[in-house]
Design a protein around this ligand. Structure first.
Ligand SMILES: [Zn+2]
Ligand SMILES: [Zn+2]
Length: 638
């Protein structure tokens, strides 16, 4: 240890105690340090965790064999003998239950969507990728015939009359078109709702249309733009048409019970993947829905904390007065408590359309000449940027295309020239299609990136053929160029856009292997260590949390992910297979396997009773929950 020795510890504790203890006069009357010591409460007991290897991501001490924890924080890191010596006469226990495991800094989920994840995960998942959930593994759908067969089985398994079947994950680019007639072939009695993998479209059977009262007259009551994105004959609703049909079908998709069950499943899924802190960038703006999320996520027995970010797009659209935009943003803090919080002075903005529906704005035209979309009108985007920038906010900006990125960088440069700021850490979020010349500009402007490397894995093959062409598709999420230019970057899943599984994200970024098994743009692959940084310390940095979490350093929160193997040492193709034993979150040991958990929770009496969901009227809740879920997928909704 470079800086931590007993003398420093002692000096620090005496100084801190003198500042906080009210009996200053008593201190003045004592003669020696040991007498001062007797005035204070005894030093708390430390716990020393040992492991086969500890990856700290602390450059001054990259690996260690022991970590001492006091309460929720790390006291010391180093060799076991060093750590013991540093503790001196402070009482401690040694916990060697990780003796054959590897400890890495607790994984951080930089960007996931709990409500959307809850609704999609609690449905019948039939998707383009496998989902390994705590309730069982759902294999990827092979083709349309496989989809139809499995959906039929799911429908036939239901016994409650009229209970709808909602499925999520269908992707027409992979399986071809799907229509109301296809679904009526499965059942004309039971409502079936097929929610697309992009979350931007739904296909309903006749029973679902009837249950929701979606008649010809109802569709004719949509505004003109929504009618253009609705096809009643085929049961197909997308983009604005989906928002228009939402009030009719929300109660089939998003009841408080579904949300709660889905949140609990998402919570257990994320914990099973080693997550110790998470963030939702698209903050919820319906209080009943946030209350429903808090009922699960604010609970003291949550295995991770979760922060929410102000949805700047909605705020500027709602308030004409700039001062009110900020005041209303700050006021949202009161919505959170316990294990949830509002990310202080951080807000989310949107540039162009979504990747899964190929609506990003690109410089050179799409191969099939379709057009991308802007998520915000230019004037509104520029106003939002200026208002939050001037209030000292850090902006996280959703952007997927290179033309979308040009708009972001233009606006950032304008604001830097107008009102220069130090360490603004503007985050380029997703970073799907970009051009090489933009990397230097990102660096020069002081922006950072949070990329989704799963785009390459899931989409590079398809998009090489459809829309983008091989060069743009393969070089999506060019992390290698960022590293070479010295731009800081982190990784995110955007669950359910990708599984919230940091080891899987690492695997995607390190290998860039596509669905067909080839490697897309190998020069954009990154090292395992950089990828690990992307799901830990760099994710913390992007959330202004780097002094609290993200690496194993004295004074930070004791957040660790416990793995069976060292992800920096295994074959890179094996990273995704590494078993997650569980986590330590702020000193609490949280095993994933239920047998291990039973043993650990017996010692953990801190879990309080859970608050009931308070939906304040179910129909409004259903509608608000589904509306929020669609908004965070960036469905087109001007
Ligand atoms: Zn986004
Ligand atoms: Zn997102």
């Amino acid at each position: 240890m470079r800086t931590l020795n007993r003398r420093n510890l002692l000096k620090g504790s005496v100084a801190a105690a003198c500042l906080t203890v009210p009996a200053v006069r008593a201190v003045g009357q004592t003669n020696s340090l040991s007498e001062i010591g007797k005035l204070f409460a005894p030093v708390p007991r430390a716990k020393i965790f040992t492991a086969r290897d500890i990856v700290t991501l602390d450059p001054s001490q990259p690996s260690a064999e022991a970590i001492a924890v006091v309460g929720t924080r790390i006291l010391a890191v180093g060799a076991l003998s060093e750590v013991q010596e540093m503790l001196g006469d402070q009482p401690f226990d040694v916990d060697d239950s990780f003796a054959d495991k590897v400890i890495v800094p607790g994984f951080i989920s930089q960007h996931d969507h709990p409500v959307l994840a809850a609704l999609s995960m609690s449905s019948e998942i039939l998707s383009i990728e496998e989902w390994a959930l705590p309730t069982g593994t759902v294999p990827a759908v092979k083709d349309k015939a496989d989809f139809m067969k499995r959906l039929t089985a799911a429908v036939e398994a239901r016994t409650t009359p009229g209970e709808p079947v909602v499925t999520w994950g269908y992707h027409p680019a992979f399986y071809g078109p799907l229509t109301r007639a296809d679904l009526d072939g499965i059942s004309t009695e039971r409502p079936i709702l097929v929610w697309g993998r992009s979350c931007h479209e739904m296909i309903l059977n006749s029973a679902a249309l009837t249950a929701g009262g979606v008649t010809q007259a109802a569709v004719e009551a949509f505004d003109a733009a929504s009618q253009k994105q609705a096809n009643l004959a085929e049961g197909h609703f997308w983009e604005q048409g989906l928002f228009a049909v939402l009030p009719h079908i929300a109660s089939l998709v998003a009841t408080p019970e579904q949300l709660r069950a889905g949140l609990e499943l998402s919570r257990d899924f994320m914990h099973s993947k080693g997550i110790t802190f998470g963030n939702e960038p698209g903050g919820i703006l319906a209080k009943p829905v946030q209350d429903g999320v808090n009922a699960v996520f604010s609970s003291p027995d949550m295995p991770f904390r979760w922060s929410f970010m102000v949805d700047a797009k909605s705020m500027v659209a709602s308030y004409a007065d700039d001062g009110e935009v900020i005041a209303r943003s700050e006021a949202l803090q009161s919505w959170y408590y316990g294990m949830t919080s509002l990310a202080p002075r951080q807000a989310k903005l949107f540039s162009d359309g979504a990747i899964y529906s190929q609506l990003m704005q690109v410089r050179a035209p799409y191969l099939d000449d379709h057009h991308g979309e802007w998520m915000m009108e230019k004037e509104l985007f520029e106003r939002a940027f200026r208002v939050y920038w001037d209030a000292g906010y850090q902006l996280h900006i959703h952007v997927n295309g290179d033309a979308g990125l040009d708009r972001v960088l233009e606006t950032l440069e304008t604001n830097m020239r107008r009102n220069p700021r130090f360490d603004h850490r503007t985050v380029i979020v997703h970073f799907a299609v970009s051009a090489f010349d933009q990397v230097e500009r990102i660096k020069a402007l002081g922006a950072i990136v949070s990329g989704n490397p799963y785009y390459v894995t899931a989409l590079a093959d398809q998009y090489s053929e459809v829309g983008l062409g091989a060069e743009r598709a393969d070089s999506m999420v060019r992390l290698g160029d960022l590293s070479r230019a010295g731009v800081r970057w982190s990784l995110h899943s955007d669950m359910p856009m990708a599984p919230a599984d940091p080891l899987f994200l690492m695997w995607c970024a390190v290998n860039r292997v596509t669905t067909s098994g080839r490697v897309a743009a190998p020069e954009q692959a990154v090292s395992a260590e950089d990828a690990l940084r992307g799901v830990t310390i760099e994710a913390a940095y992007s959330l202004q949390m780097e002094e609290e979490i993200g690496s194993l350093v004295r004074g930070k929160r004791a957040n660790m992910t416990i793995l069976a193997e060292n992800p920096l040492e295994v074959d890179p193709m094996a990273i995704r297979e590494i078993e997650v034993w569980g986590t330590v979150m702020e000193g609490r040991v949280l095993p994933v396997r239920s047998s291990d958990r039973a043993a650990a929770t017996q010692q953990d009496a801190s879990a309080g009773p859970r608050e009931a969901v308070s939906p304040n009227g179910a129909p409004a809740f259903d509608k608000a929950a589904l509306e929020h879920a669609l908004k965070v997928t960036h469905a087109h909704h001007l």
